[in-house]
Design a protein around this ligand. Structure first.
Ligand code: ADP
Length: 416
């Protein structure tokens, strides 16, 4: 095809005539007079996304590509525009900024028509207006379809990734479970040997050796607790937690837990108040599992409350939406509190708020940290009982200590 040279106003007018069908002769003359012919090399930017639309363009010869720059610096191709086609008219019609960038794909000649003469011509030719509208609508429909295709492609990719991650997570959980199971046996043996050593007169008579054996015993016990927690979490995650129901006295459960922590409470100068449990009905549940759940909650209250603080565990019967009649237990402390964005995340396995030190010593030290499994286990147990658990706190602040409140609701069925 020979290239239109458009070296004179008459040639521009003749080029525009079929494109602007219906526009009066005088109007065509004005447009031809005001149009600017530009010849550009390949990859030249004609107009940029974000710029105000003050002109429309027609491709005389060659081709342009319309594209958007994405946040990650990649380019999203919209369409190509070839000879005899308009581009850039959307921003002019909407009196707004350009929504895309246009660049030549090869050496290209374009006609640039200023905003005002273009709008004037458009006003005088309804048929031109309709043609432009139809073109814009088609283009919008095309880009809608493109976007939908891209979205469903991305969706399919995400679903594939999710399944892959779920499989990996399962493999990881299986591995952790097997490892925890296998490691429990040698650790139990280690604890046994340490007990024997502890009773040996040679060790009892030497304070250095005694301290070493104590160290071995407490580290082995800690390992044992961690392995048990890991096994509990795997049961929770795989839905294998078995709830052996019997009427449970939560008063007894809490008394047991309080006596477990007696020494720690004294050492840390913490006050534990248990109130309202004597009037509670029996709770249909698994006593061992419920013991474990509340043990974790009270252990956390101790860990995250500075010395001299107050922990209150209160029980009452209430009615809750969806659960109906239930026993509500709240564990409230005067500790460091929890940031709003962490209130739900802390129930995720291995999740720990902020920079928590991972101490190798006792589980009741202030901010003693842990593997981040206690709340996952507690939640798993409560949910397996058909109940629910959540955390409340005004926020996280180690200076003012706004405190936290963990609430558990366990359904007890209707009163008979
Ligand atoms: P961990 O072994 O770290 O204590 P948990 O699952 O029991 O694991 O708790 C997860 C995280 O939730 C903790 O690391 C801590 O940041 C936060 N948390 C739990 N209980 C409390 C509490 N009573 N006060 C403040 N933060 C708490």
């Amino acid at each position: 095809m020979s290239s239109p040279t458009l070296s004179s106003q008459t040639e521009i007018k003749e080029f525009l005539r079929p494109l602007l069908m219906g526009v009066e002769e005088e109007e065509l003359d004005v447009l031809a007079e005001k149009a600017i012919v530009r010849t550009l090399p390949a990859q030249a930017i004609i107009c940029q996304e974000g710029e105000i639309g003050d002109a429309v363009y027609v491709v005389v010869e060659g081709e342009v590509e319309v594209f958007k720059r994405m946040d990650d610096e990649t380019e999203h191709h919209l369409h190509y525009t070839g000879a005899g086609e308009f581009f850039g008219e959307m921003a002019v019609l909407q009196e707004s900024a350009r929504t895309a960038t246009v660049r030549t794909t090869r050496p290209t000649t374009i006609l640039e028509i200023g905003r005002d003469p273009f709008l004037e011509a458009l006003g005088r030719s309804p048929s031109l207006g309709i043609r432009i509208m139809v073109r814009l609508t088609n283009r919008l429909r095309d880009s809608d379809q493109q976007a939908i295709a891209k979205l469903s492609q991305a969706n399919a990719e995400l679903t594939r990734m999710l399944h892959r991650l779920e499989r990996l997570d399962r493999t990881k959980s299986d591995f952790i479970q097997v490892a925890a199971h296998e490691l429990r046996t040698p650790v139990a043996a280690l604890t046994g040997y340490a007990q024997i050593l502890r009773g040996d007169p040679a060790v009892q008579g030497t304070s250095n050796l005694r301290a070493l054996v104590e160290g071995i015993t407490s580290s082995a016990e800690r390992l044992h607790r961690i392995f048990n927690s890991i096994l509990d979490v795997s049961k929770v995650m795989s839905g294998e937690l078995q709830v052996r129901r019997s009427p449970v006295s939560l008063s007894l459960v809490l008394r047991g837990i309080a006596s477990d922590f007696m020494a720690a409470l004294q050492e840390r100068h913490l006050t534990l108040t248990v109130e309202g449990f004597d009037e509670l009905p029996y709770c249909p549940g698994d006593p061992d599992l419920l013991y474990k759940a509340f043990h974790h909650l009270i252990n956390n209250a101790i860990k995250y409350t500075p010395n001299g603080g107050q922990i209150t565990v209160s029980g009452r019967v209430t009615k809750a939406a969806e659960l109906g009649r239930c026993i509500e237990v709240a564990v409230q402390d005067t500790g460091i509190g929890i940031a709003p964005e962490d209130l739900e995340l802390i129930f995720e396995k291995f999740y720990r708020q902020g920079e928590v030190a991972f101490h190798s010593s006792g589980t009741t030290q202030f901010k003693g940290g842990g593997p981040g499994l206690g709340l996952t286990i507690a939640q798993g147990i409560i949910v397996a009982h058909g109940g629910r658990i959540w955390a409340e706190s005004p926020g996280y602040d180690e200076t003012t200590c706004p405190g936290s409140r963990f609430v558990v609701q366990l359904p007890v069925g209707s009163e008979t």
